[in-house]
Design a protein around this ligand. Structure first.
Ligand code: THU
Length: 160
């Protein structure tokens, strides 16, 4: 038998966070208010911190043609890579807030967003810290890789 271990830290008090992390959380909470989610009414916010101190924000964008919609994480990630392809991503924070849904625990990114995040992490050869949070709890992962064991990697597309 083999196993994967996933390490993460659970933080119950925001006072334990650095001012940088607090800032990142606040920005994710702010940007989710501007999500375009008229169909699900499930607003998600994602904030990224780049190596030069820039913050890039994203929220989910839906469409009447449902599959056109895109998650907050990929909105922020693709905007980052479109505008600053050479800057490394240091951290990403993800959250939702709603009175209509049960958000007793932090939301976690979908499989597609994990795949996108992980490819950028591998490309930059430096870990991207992931903070999943709600009002009461923060789950901190040291690297995106921990969120997607056995992922499909771009090196599989290299021919023999
Ligand atoms: N969504 C995100 O933006 N990020 C996640 O991590 C999970 C789901 C969005 C997609 C869709 O607009 C809505 O939330 C409901 O699935």
């Amino acid at each position: 038998m083999q196993e994967f271990k996933i390490y993460f830290k659970e933080i119950l008090d925001r006072k334990e966070l650095s001012s940088i992390d607090l800032n990142l959380l606040n920005k994710a909470e702010e940007i989710l208010k501007k999500a375009y989610a008229p169909y699900s009414k499930f607003n998600v916010g994602a904030s990224l911190l780049l190596e030069d101190g820039t913050y890039v924000l994203g929220n989910n964008q839906e469409n009447a043609s449902f599959p056109c919609g895109i998650c907050a994480e990929r909105v922020a990630l693709f905007a980052t890579k479109a505008n600053n392809p050479h800057l490394k991503i240091k951290k990403i924070a993800i959250t939702t807030k709603s009175e209509e849904f049960n958000i007793e625990s932090p939301i976690a990114p979908c499989g597609m967003c994990r795949q996108v995040l992980l490819e950028y992490e591998e490309q930059q050869k430096e870990p991207i810290e992931v903070l999943l949070f709600n009002e009461t709890k923060i789950l901190k992962f040291k690297q995106a890789k921990d969120l997607l064991p056995l992922h499909f990697s771009e090196d599989r597309l290299k021919r023999k």
